[in-house]
Design a protein around this ligand. Structure first.
Ligand code: NDP
Length: 252
């Protein structure tokens, strides 16, 4: 309950399922105006309908975040409806793990294009908004979804983990420049969350591994991450929770 995010304008990428969808819903429930970006227009429309039914303000903006021009068009749509963005949750990502010797080069590229370049393009598109908001004295947040894979050494995870290590360190580097400007920069590093993420994995061993983990332990739900992101955005603006690791209690 409560409306600690009233007046905030949020952009959530990867908002058509899983962590992004749950976070968009939570931010809207706390009073933020929320733009939902992802490629599946039908799923975005359904999420926006649910938010609107509960009295929230949301806008579906079908966008492929690996496409800079599409992101620029999305920004125009968000500005027209809600004005300057002051909360960016760069969350869209994909996990396509495989043995290096399998030479799944197109899977390597898909992960680099979305998890790294997609986040950089999202930052390109909205960093001026964050600077404007912060300069006007408002809270401004850039939060990215990294993973515990950023620091763990897991077989077949080399490219995925590499993209997430990039993001976790990017946050530390961006803070040196944006923190001074009163923009908070942060990463969330979840462990196993029950989402559509494993559905995209092509390596059969890897998808079995993830399905087994979901059966064996009480894994995180997307709402757990959403609650955390909302908390990070709602603390007083001189407080920057910079790196938050969230594990299922039983995941070691
Ligand atoms: P989902 O597969 O449910 O969500 C991924 C989201 O990214 C979808 O909304 C998808 O929508 C979107 N997406 C994919 N490609 C693009 C694109 N080119 N442009 C825009 N959006 C895109 O999985 P999660 O919710 O689990 O994943 C969210 C983030 O969480 C990812 O960065 C993932 O790496 C990270 N993560 C997940 C963990 C887990 O255990 N689930 C653990 C740690 C981190 P659409 O297909 O409609 O475009």
């Amino acid at each position: 309950g409560g409306t600690p995010l009233t007046g905030r304008v949020a952009v959530v990428t990867g908002a058509s399922s899983g962590i992004g969808e749950a976070t968009a819903e939570r931010l809207a429930a706390l009073g933020a105006d929320v733009a939902l970006l992802a490629r599946r227009a039908d799923r975005l429309a359904a999420a926006v309908a649910r938010i609107t039914e509960r009295g929230g303000n949301a806008l579906a903006v079908p966008t492929d975040v690996t496409d800079r021009e599409a992101l620029a068009r999305a920004a125009t749509a968000v500005h027209d409806r809600f004005g300057t963005v002051d909360l960016v949750f760069a969350n869209a990502g994909v996990q396509l793990i495989s043995a290096i010797g399998d030479l799944q080069v197109s899977d390597w590229e898909t992960q680099i294009d979305l998890n790294i370049k997609g986040v950089m393009y999202t930052i390109e598109t909205f960093v001026a908004d964050l600077e404007t908001g912060a300069a006007a004295g408002r809270s401004a947040d850039l939060i990215v979804t990294s993973s515990i894979a950023a620091t763990r050494v897991l077989e077949k995870f080399q490219v995925y983990s590499g993209t997430k290590a990039y993001l976790s360190h990017l946050v530390r580097l961006l803070r040196t420049e944006l923190g001074r400007k009163n923009i908070r920069v942060a990463s969330v590093e979840p462990g196993m969350v029950d989402t559509e993420l494993p559905n995209h994995v092509t390596d059969p061993d890897a998808s079995t591994l993830m399905a087994d983990l979901i059966k064996q332990i009480d894994v995180l739900q997307s709402a757990d991450i959403a609650e955390t992101v909302a908390f990070m955005a709602a603390v007083p603006k001189h407080v920057n929770l910079t790196e938050i690791t969230i594990l299922p209690t039983q995941q070691t």
